[in-house]
Design a protein around this ligand. Structure first.
Ligand code: PLP
Length: 398
């Protein structure tokens, strides 16, 4: 067995995959794993004080997105929130069986859409252009009076590209369809105001905002009906049953508060670090270029193609130097499937396989980025020196 790696040893540049738990969040949740174990639904004080903690977390979460506390439903993860919003919409009106999503949604939405299509629901995937931007004309054509819900992410987890959510909500509403956005990658990076955005449903995930795994939020606009699809029961206003995951919900509330407070820091600390990493790679390593709209994207994310390199090979070399990042491909049954996001943008399979995503957080430092740059440069040089012969240039997207 390989030896355990501790957080002190690593340079963690994979914060769109998951994040470390903020020590302040951990401190807030621990009493609810030890002393305060009462059931929040119990009437005695030992239970009701836990209910009070839940309601505080609901208020903190609502404040993060400018919602009312009763519009916050705690779930088990972002995937559940995504699935619940779409499934609810389909149950409300049998004359609206159609679902519209983008071609670059997270698998949490894509896999559900595939399952719905197998059940006979018409599903439309709206394409993106070579910068990863959504084709709004195609979206307008896709949404009809049979569309139950349009579900389009706000920020892409692979490229960080941002979609114009308010405009998309208007397009959905013009045909009487509901609108859900998967905003899992957004908190702490951009301000979220559900009222200004005009969304009906919005999904969040705890482990993307320095909270533990196993808790999410579904914002459900109180002016819209919501139909529980899987987990019936009395909790969460009868919309999502199951005794609440109290400690994690308390953690989510605290993490939401910290995420709201760190928005300026994201611009003044994280964005410059991302830019330092990105420009360092582009300047120092020939044959590198950015995937996705370089302007309109999250401040913490960069997705870079390294011409002639297998991303998985580069990841292994980085791992040997304790650097964590993600590749533009996923290993499925022994073969490397190129990322559906990059291929939807028109990237060739080679380019997608040569791409790596680096995603930062408020816990990264300038020294880490300097070290990472040296390691990335040396690793790319090593992989290129091992190539039997110079490969032809990788095709550019679009
Ligand atoms: N949506 C997006 C955009 C994500 O990046 C992720 C996680 O990677 C999810 C949904 C799923 O969230 P969870 O892991 O909480 O189910």
């Amino acid at each position: 067995m390989s030896r355990t790696i501790t957080p002190e040893q690593i340079i963690y540049l994979d914060n769109n995959a998951t994040t470390c738990v903020d020590p302040v969040v951990l401190e807030a949740m621990l009493p609810y794993l030890s002393d305060f174990y009462g059931n929040p639904s119990s009437v005695y004080r030992f239970g009701s004080q836990v209910a009070t903690a839940l309601e505080t977390a609901r208020e903190q979460s609502a404040a993060l997105i400018n919602a009312s506390p009763e519009e916050i439903l705690f779930t088990s993860c972002g995937t559940e929130s995504d699935n619940a919003a779409i499934a609810s919409a389909l149950r409300l009106d049998r004359d609206r069986p159609h679902v519209v999503i983008s071609a670059v949604e997270h698998s949490a939405v894509i896999k559900q859409a595939e399952a719905l299509a197998r059940q006979g629901h018409p599903v439309t995937l709206v394409p993106v252009d070579s910068t990863g931007q959504l084709d709004l004309d195609e979206l307008r054509k896709a949404v009809t009076d049979e569309t139950a819900i349009v579900s389009i992410m706000w920020a892409n987890n692979e490229t960080g590209v941002l979609f114009p959510i308010r405009e998309i909500a208007e397009i959905a509403h013009a045909e009487g369809a509901l609108f859900h956005t998967d905003a899992v990658q957004v908190p702490g990076k951009l301000a979220i105001d559900v009222t200004e955005l005009g969304v009906d449903f919005l999904s969040l995930s705890g482990h993307k905002l320095h909270c533990p795994k196993g808790v999410g939020v579904l914002y459900a606009n109180k002016r819209r009906r919501f139909h529980p699809y899987l987990i019936g029961g009395g909790q969460e206003y009868g919309k999502r049953g199951g005794t609440e995951n109290v400690a994690s919900i308390v953690a989510f509330g605290k993490a939401a508060e910290l995420a709201a407070a760190s928005l300026d820091h994201e611009q003044t600390h994280v964005r410059p670090l991302r830019d330092q990493l990105e420009s360092g790679i582009l300047d120092r390593i020939p044959g590198t270029s950015i995937n996705g709209d370089p302007e309109n994207r999250l401040p913490n994310t960069t997705n870079i193609a390294f011409e002639g390199i297998e991303g998985e090979g580069l990841l292994i070399l980085l791992d040997q130097k304790n650097i964590c990042a993600s590749a533009g491909s996923a290993c499925t049954t022994g073969s490397l499937t190129p990322s559906h996001v990059l291929t939807a943008m028109g990237c060739s399979a080679d380019r997608a396989r040569s791409s790596l995503r680096f995603s930062l957080s408020r816990f990264n430092t300038t020294d880490e980025i300097s070290t990472a740059l040296d390691v990335i440069e040396a690793s790319v040089a090593k992989l290129r020196s091992l190539r039997p012969e110079p490969s032809s240039p990788v095709a550019m997207a679009g």
